[in-house]
Design a protein around this ligand. Structure first.
Ligand SMILES: Cc1cc2nc3c(=O)[nH]c(=O)nc-3n(C[C@H](O)[C@H](O)[C@H](O)COP(=O)(O)O)c2cc1C
Length: 330
């Protein structure tokens, strides 16, 4: 059974990619993931705010000749809260590249154009095989219109793309008004793929203490449905690669993401819950599923349920929506 897939121009042995997460902070754990069958890994993100803070700290220290170790100072208390400093991050790319044979994808996280995008070039010099740019942003200012946000994002993506020769993927939010149009614009500025989607961590309310409670809940398979819809809509028009991220937990989930048009399926929650060895179980499950149905490779399956053959996807969706609501009787 041939599970090979092309993602961002990289040839991967299978579609199972470890999504951006803390796993790659530890090279030994990254090795376990590779040994269990991961075909590529995405490192946790280095954040725009973190890079900006370091650059400000450097200027401060040059001007004042204070301590040389910016992270150790108390001027930027949040600095130490990050798991990897920018320097540490670059060294970790080098360590991972020395220890692994699978591609290492470094992750930048930010959305406003600025000097922080220079880090893309440093990622490449440290050996990263590709960059995933996470455009996570929660816009709460009523004075800022959606098209301004998207223009800034496109400028940011363009500057990252221009800084490197390795492929750049963009991890998207599901909340764009017209995702298919925005993805086309991303490809026009040089993105080689999109990751569908970012997962927003939604705080809850504690109604006894009247406090907001930030929380991180791992996903379950229900979250895949939003990804399936948009992968199926995007697949016919996207020129580059598509990765699913969010809610892939079982062999069936992986098959569904491939049917919707994904070239790669990123996994995080399932690995945090069950550990690296679940990867080999999922891979065996995928091979069995394909073999039992007579497939020889995953290209034969990919996109079979995308909306290529649907002349008007918007009307199709709207009709299904109306039919579902009308089907309930009390
Ligand atoms: C503990 C944890 C850390 C994460 N860190 C990052 C990160 O640094 N950058 C990023 O783009 N996504 C990050 N994510 C999001 C995941 O890459 C992924 O998009 C999300 O968890 C949905 O996939 P899943 O359903 O397989 O968990 C993180 C997720 C978790 C649970």
């Amino acid at each position: 059974m041939n599970l090979t897939t092309k993602y961002l121009g990289l040839t991967l042995e299978n579609p199972l990619v470890v999504g951006a997460s803390p796993f790659c902070d530890n090279t030994a754990v990254a090795r376990q993931l590779q040994d269990a069958g991961a075909s590529a890994i995405v490192m946790r993100s280095l954040f725009e705010e973190q890079i900006d803070a370091e650059q400000r700290a450097l200027v401060y220290h040059v001007e004042t000749s204070a301590e040389s170790n910016a992270e150790a100072t108390s001027y930027f208390p949040t600095f130490t809260e990050y798991q990897l400093t920018p320097d540490h991050y670059l060294r970790q790319i080098e360590h991972l590249k020395k220890s692994l044979t699978i591609p290492v994808i470094a992750s930048l996280n930010g959305c406003r154009p600025g000097g922080w995008t220079d880090y893309a070039q440093r990622f490449q010099s440290a050996g990263a095989d590709a960059i995933e740019l996470n455009l996570y942003q929660l816009v709460s200012d009523p004075a800022v219109a959606g098209d301004q946000i998207e223009a800034d994002m496109l400028e940011t993506v363009g500057s990252v793309v221009r800084a490197v020769t390795i492929p750049v993927a963009v991890k998207l939010s599901p909340f764009h008004t017209s995702p298919a149009n925005f993805v086309a614009e991303l490809e026009n500025v040089g993105a080689k793929g999109v990751v569908v989607f970012n997962r927003f961590y939604q705080p809850d309310f504690n109604i006894e203490d009247l406090e907001v409670q930030p929380q991180l809940r791992l996903s379950d398979s229900t979250e895949l449905l939003l990804r399936l819809r948009w992968l199926a809509i995007l697949a016919p028009s996207v020129r580059g690669s598509l990765a699913a991220s969010g809610g892939a937990h079982t062999t069936e989930d992986i098959v569904k993401a491939l049917l919707a048009g994904a070239h790669a399926v990123q996994l995080v929650s399932v690995l945090l819950r069950h550990g690296p060895r679940i990867l080999s179980t999922l891979l065996v499950g995928l091979k069995d599923w394909l073999t039992e149905r007579g497939y020889e490779n995953i290209d034969q399956l990919r996109g079979a349920l995308d909306l290529r053959h649907c002349p008007d996807p918007a009307a199709f969706e709207r009709a299904n929506y109306i039919r579902i609501l009308q089907s309930w009787r009390v």
